[in-house]
Design a protein around this ligand. Structure first.
Ligand code: URA
Length: 231
């Protein structure tokens, strides 16, 4: 339950004092009855109108961006273009990045103003699989798959990584699927195997696959199914 003046202010661009003025002049109705008390609690199931027009709290928003190289996964940066600079939406200050990519990593970046959804995706306890196409500096060797399945030990970490799976495209290109999101995780995993990552591209997060129609720098809203796939 929210106070009526806060509800209206959240649902519109009006300040709380402007809302109070509308209420005072009898311009706000709840289920067709004039509202008189700005502190009255509302649930949002009521029909709330200002000057006869119904208002609603904004819905949460969810986007996928095909992040290009050179763009930082941050909301503000003095030197580089940020992912949010590429998202042309109202109230963009409310948007947050759900699971960062390095400046030189490309591909699927999720952006939302739904904090709980973001948390479900990115919390250390989330077991959401992320798939990366990895281009390596030198050819892979036969022991990689087993070592990744056992859990690679990253330098400076107290515990090994969770088991990862690797599909081979060619001897220097693989699809790696991991459940965690440690700092520079994929680059550090291949460093631990004596290789180095030359290019990294995220193709999938949980059930959400990067839309092949999105050019680098383009974005689109997620479908309801994509949003709901993050449980
Ligand atoms: N792992 C990395 O090393 N970098 C990324 O951007 C994402 C995962």
């Amino acid at each position: 339950m929210l106070r009526l003046d806060k509800y209206i202010s959240n649902a519109t661009d009006l300040s709380r004092s402007e809302v109070k003025r509308y209420i005072k002049f009898g311009d706000v109705t709840i289920d067709d009855q004039p509202a008189t008390n700005p502190a009255q609690k509302v649930s949002g199931t009521e029909s709330i109108c200002i000057d006869g027009s119904a208002i609603h709290l904004p819905q949460s928003r969810y986007f996928m961006l095909n992040k290009p190289v050179g763009v930082v996964s941050a909301t503000k940066d003095n030197n580089n273009t940020t992912a949010l600079d590429l998202i042309y939406e109202h109230r963009s200050a409310e948007l947050q990045i759900a699971g960062r990519l390095d400046i030189d990593t490309t591909g699927l970046l999720l952006v939302t103003d739904d904090g709980q959804w973001n948390h479900r995706l990115t919390s250390p306890r989330s077991d959401c699989q992320k798939i990366y196409r990895v281009t390596l500096g030198i050819p892979i060797t036969a022991d990689y798959q087993q070592k990744l399945a056992n859990g690679v030990w990253l330098e400076g970490e107290k515990h090994p990584c969770l088991p990862a799976t690797m599909d081979i495209i060619d001897d220097r290109t693989v699809l790696l699927s991991i459940a965690e999101g440690k700092y520079h995780q994929v680059k550090r995993m291949f460093a631990a195997l004596g290789n180095h990552v030359e290019a990294l591209h995220r193709t999938q997060v949980g059930g959400i696959v990067l839309d092949p129609l999105l050019e680098p720098g383009d974005y689109r809203a997620l479908t309801e199914e994509e949003v709901a796939s993050i449980l």
